[in-house]
Design a protein around this ligand. Structure first.
Ligand code: NDP
Length: 445
C-alpha cells in the first residue's frame, strides 16, 4: 500500500487492539489503491479517511433477570457505519466473543456488500456479548426485550434496519420485534428476518446459503465446472450452513461434512439434512448428536479438522478466521478447486493468498454471502408495498442479484488488471458506488 498507507495507520492508531477491524480495512484499502490513483478528487475530498470511520457507534448496558432471579448485565452495540446509499442495514450478532473490533469489521464489510447487491442500503452491524446457548426461551426473551428497549431509540424503517446473524434467528427477531412494537406503537419493517405471518419474506431464511450457491454456481460455470457430482464440505451448522447444504444437494452436489464450534461430522454418503435441521433448528443440540441417528458416520472433536477431508468445493459458513493458511494448503493439496465464503471473513489473509496463488475459484464473503442482506432488502420492499411475493418470485430475484454481483465483481477485477481476483473485484465494485454517493453529498459527517 502506498497512497492509502496513512489511512491504514490512522485506523490502527484510532482503534488500538482491534485486530479483526484492522484486517478487514487492510484488505479493502489494498484492493482500492488503484481506484485512489485514478480518482484524485476522492482523495482530496477525504473519502478514504471518512469511509473507515463509523458515522455513529452506540454502546449500551443490557440488564435482564435470569430464571434464578439473578440480575445479568451484558453490553449492547450498534455500529452505524455508512448511510451514503441508503439506511444502515446489517445483522445483530449474539455471541460471547462480540466486541467493538468484531462489530466494526462486520459493519465495515457490510458497506461494500450492501452496495454490491445493487439495492439502496447502507452498512451497519450490532450485537451483544450475550450467549443464547443454554438459555431458556424466557431468558432469551427478557434479554431481547431489554436490548431492544435501548436499541429502538437508534433504529427505524428509514434509518437503520437490523437483521439476524450468529445467535440471532427467528426466535430472537420475534422477541425484539415484539418489544419494538410495544414501545413505539408502530408496525413497521424495522427488522428483517421476521416471521411469515407478521411481515417476513419467503426465502429470507434460505437466502444466504442459497445465494452463496447461486454465486458459486456462476463462478464455476465460467470455468466449465458445476456443483453437479461435486463433493463439498460446509463448515458450521447454523442458518447459512444448513441452507447452503440444501442448495448444494438440489444442484446435484454432495455435502459430506458439517461442523459446530466443538467438532465436525463426516458422512461419506452425504449429510442427511433433515437430521441436521431437527438437531439444530428444533432441539438446539450439538452436531455430535448426528452419529446417534446415523451410526455409520464419524464425529471428530476439533472443528478445524474439517478442512482435512478431501473435497472439490469448500464452503466455510461458520465464523471469522476459521480457515487458516495450513487448512488452505491442505485443501489445495487434496484437489479442492473452489472455495466460497458463506461466513464473514472466514479465511485468514494468508489462506486467501494461497487460494489466489493456486488459481482456486475463490468467492469472497462480501460478494458470495450477500444473498442474505439482498433478500432482507426485498423484505423491506415488500413491507413498504404492504404486499408479498411468492417463493419463486423472491428466489428468482435472489438468483439474478447473485449472478449480477458475480458479473460486477468479475468486470471490476478485469478493469483494474486483476482478472479472476474476485477479492479485488468485489472490493472495488462495492466501493465505487459508495464513494460516488459520498462525494456527491459533500462533507456532511
Ligand atoms: P448461526 O448462529 O446460525 O450458526 C453459526 C454456526 O457456526 C453454528 O453452527 C456454530 O456452532 C458454528 N461455529 C461458530 N464458531 C465456529 C468455529 N470456530 N468452528 C466451527 N463452527 C463454528 O449463524 P449464521 O449461520 O447466521 O452465520 C454464520 C456466518 O455467516 C457468520 O459469519 C455470519 O456473520 C455470516 N452471515 C450470516 C448471514 C445470515 O443471513 N444469517 C448473512 C451473511 C453472513 P456453535 O453452535 O457451536 O456455536
Amino acid at each position: 500500500m502506498k497512497i492509502l498507507e496513512s489511512v491504514m495507520n490512522q485506523v490502527i492508531k484510532r482503534n488500538p487492539n482491534e485486530p479483526e477491524f484492522h484486517q478487514a480495512v487492510k484488505e479493502v484499502l489494498e484492493s482500492i489503491e488503484p481506484v485512489a490513483e485514478r480518482n484524485p478528487q476522492w482523495l482530496e475530498a477525504g473519502i478514504f479517511d471518512r469511509i473507515v470511520e463509523p458515522e455513529r457507534q452506540v454502546f449500551f448496558r443490557v440488564s435482564w433477570v435470569d430464571d434464578c432471579g439473578k440480575i445479568q448485565v451484558n453490553r449492547g452495540y450498534r455500529i452505524q457505519f455508512n448511510s451514503a446509499i441508503g439506511p444502515y442495514k446489517g445483522g445483530i450478532r449474539l455471541h460471547p466473543s462480540v466486541n467493538a473490533s468484531i462489530l466494526k469489521f462486520l459493519g465495515f464489510e457490510q458497506i461494500f456488500k450492501n452496495s454490491l447487491t445493487g439495492l439502496p442500503i447502507g452498512g451497519g452491524k450490532g450485537g451483544s456479548d450475550f450467549d443464547p446457548k443454554g438459555k431458556s426461551d424466557g431468558e432469551v426473551m427478557r434479554f431481547c426485550q431489554s436490548f431492544m428497549t435501548e436499541l429502538q431509540r437508534h433504529i427505524g424503517e428509514n434509518t437503520d434496519i437490523p437483521a439476524g446473524d450468529i445467535g440471532t434467528g427467528a426466535r430472537e427477531i420475534g422477541y425484539m420485534y415484539g418489544q419494538y412494537k410495544r414501545l413505539r406503537n408502530d408496525f413497521t419493517g424495522v427488522l428483517t428476518g421476521k416471521g411469515l405471518t407478521w411481515g417476513g419474506s419467503l426465502v429470507r431464511t434460505e437466502a444466504t446459503g442459497y445465494g452463496l450457491c447461486y454465486f458459486m454456481a456462476e463462478a464455476l460455470k465460467t470455468k466449465g465446472k458445476s456443483f453437479n457430482g461435486a463433493t463439498v464440505i460446509v463448515s458450521g451448522s447454523g442458518n447459512v450452513a444448513i441452507y447452503a447444504t440444501e442448495k448444494v444437494h438440489q444442484l446435484g452436489g454432495k455435502v459430506v461434512a458439517l461442523s459446530d464450534s466443538e467438532g465436525y461430522i463426516y458422512d461419506p454418503d452425504g449429510i442427511k439434512l433433515e437430521t441436521i435441521k431437527r438437531i439444530k433448528e428444533v432441539d438446539r443440540k450439538r452436531i455430535s448428536e448426528y452419529i446417534k441417528y446415523h451410526p455409520n458416520t464419524k464425529y471428530t472433536k476439533n472443528s478445524s479438522g474439517i478442512w482435512t477431508i478431501k473435497c472439490d468445493i469448500a464452503l466455510p459458513c461458520a465464523t471469522q478466521n476459521e480457515l487458516d493458511e495450513n487448512s488452505a494448503k491442505t485443501l489445495v493439496s487434496n484437489g479442492c478447486y473452489a472455495v466460497g465464503e458463506g461466513a464473514n471473513m472466514p479465511s485468514t489473509p494468508k489462506a486467501i493468498d494461497i487460494f489466489l496463488k493456486n488459481k482456486i475459484i475463490f468467492g469472497p464473503a462480501k460478494a458470495a454471502n450477500a444473498g442474505g442482506v439482498a433478500t432482507s432488502a426485498l423484505e423491506m420492499a415488500q413491507n413498504s408495498m404492504r404486499y408479498s411475493w411468492t417463493f419463486e418470485e423472491v428466489d428468482s430475484k435472489l438468483k439474478d442479484i447473485m449472478i449480477n454481483i458475480y458479473k460486477s465483481a468479475s468486470a471490476a477485477a478485469i478493469e483494474y488488471d486483476h482478472e479472476n481476483n474476485l477479492v479485488v473485484g468485489a472490493n472495488i465494485a462495492g466501493f465505487l458506488k459508495v464513494a460516488d454517493a459520498m462525494y456527491a453529498q459533500g462533507v456532511t459527517s
